[in-house]
Design a protein around this ligand. Sequence first.
Ligand code: NAD
Length: 261
Amino acid sequence: TTRLDNKTALVFGAGSSGPGWGNGKATAVLFAREGARVVCVDRVAEAAEETAAIIRDEGFEALAVKADVTASAEVAAAVAQTVATFGSLDVLHNNVGITEMGGPVELDEARWHRAMDVNATSVFLCCKHAIPEMLKSGGGTIVNVSSLAAIRYTGYPYLAYYAAKAAVNQMTVAIALEYAKQGIRCNAIMPGMMDTPLIRTQIVGQYADADDMIAKRHAACPMGHMGDAWDIAKAAVFLASDESRYITGHCLPVDGGLSSR
Ligand code: NAD
């Protein structure tokens, strides 16, 4: 299908932090399969290139760009390269996110600021540089990858992550309403418990019996299994495309029912 035909999509965090499919990588590839020209941005150059290569191998157009979402000049350069290469910017997908473990006592200030920078300030910076380009072509769509942690305590003491993702949700609302008359829609996805390379790496690093922990996480989900990166990618295509043309300022849980329980 071609729900993003003739669109240019800029995906921040388009690599994967482990082998297999992270949310950003699956989303970049699905955007391409839906007709978009995709700019794959990652802090890790090889990760961006790997995703772009998958897209090109499938016969679609992609560009790999190395940029850190916490560096305003690098984000601006990625936006400029997008427009220089493909002529416009229609879809902005903000996927980058990190967790920093700890409550107020354990968390040191440096990690607090890092979590806020990477998860929340990044959304501000990417929107700051992308919105003026979207306005030049009459609008566009922004999809922020938040987390269920924005609205629920998920069982882990990630103080800064909760705070930063809540900020992402409210930025989503503010941007949506400020630009609603100018053709820009802005929505967020809140993944629940997902089986991604990022989570696998964290679990393997933290628990002696990683397989048991993964089985427990599957069992804890109302549908009996965790979601995966393609569940996020499919929601992202919906929110990025005209299929959701009357939806803006919405934070959509993609969690197999977890938040309704
Ligand atoms: P991922 O780590 O596999 O992919 C993210 C990519 O972002 C990596 O390639 C990494 O190199 C890149 N990156 C990290 N810091 C960066 C920076 N400063 N600048 C540019 N790129 C940077 O993660 P994922 O599984 O694709 O998940 C991404 C998003 O989903 C995050 O926002 C995360 O908070 C959210 N999320 C994930 C889960 C889950 O279970 N995996 C649950 C809830 C929310």
